[in-house]
Design a protein around this ligand. Structure first.
Ligand code: ATP
Ligand code: MG
Length: 126
């Protein structure tokens, strides 16, 4: 896990200002929920953190390092989308192992981590 800081974050889509300058810190291991009416900018904020959306102003830091200009793939974070997508040609195990495979994790690590996640999620039988 890691700490995350939003410092005066702003987002504009063209002339439309969607996020006007938001600042907050998330501690390492802290569980945080963003709550607000539809369209208030929750997904946009997370997309900026993930690197899927440019940041119009302010700074986002992960573990004290500003990541505004860091490529999405280099941020070492994951995102589960609101409308989830699975690979239908893969088994449950293969879907769960996919990101570890992309990282070229060794077989034993992959097996252990998939088994552990499956147990926590009650997916063992699948
Ligand atoms: N690519 C885009 N181009 C223009 N406007 C956008 C774009 N993406 C989001 N918006 C606008 O930004 C605002 C924030 O949208 P966002 O999807 O972040 O809201 P949200 O809080 O996640 O809403 P919901 O609860 O419905 O998921 C909305 O007004 C939306 O229309
Ligand atoms: Mg949303």
């Amino acid at each position: 896990m890691a700490s995350v800081s939003f410092h005066n974050i702003q987002k504009n889509f063209g002339d439309v200002k969607v996020i006007l300058g938001i600042s907050f810190d998330i501690q390492d291991g802290e569980f945080v929920v963003l709550v607000g009416p539809s369209g208030c900018g929750k997904s946009t904020l997370l997309r900026m953190l993930a690197g899927l959306e440019d940041i119009s102003g302010g700074e986002i830091s992960i573990d004290g390092r500003v990541i505004n200009e860091l490529e999405s793939k280099d941020r070492d974070i994951a995102m589960v989308f609101q409308s989830y997508a699975l690979y239908p040609h893969m088994t449950v195990r293969e879907n769960m192992a996919f990101s570890l495979r992309l990282r070229k994790a060794d077989a034993q690590t992959t097996e252990e981590r998939v088994a552990n996640a499956a147990r926590i999620l009650n997916l063992d039988k699948l």
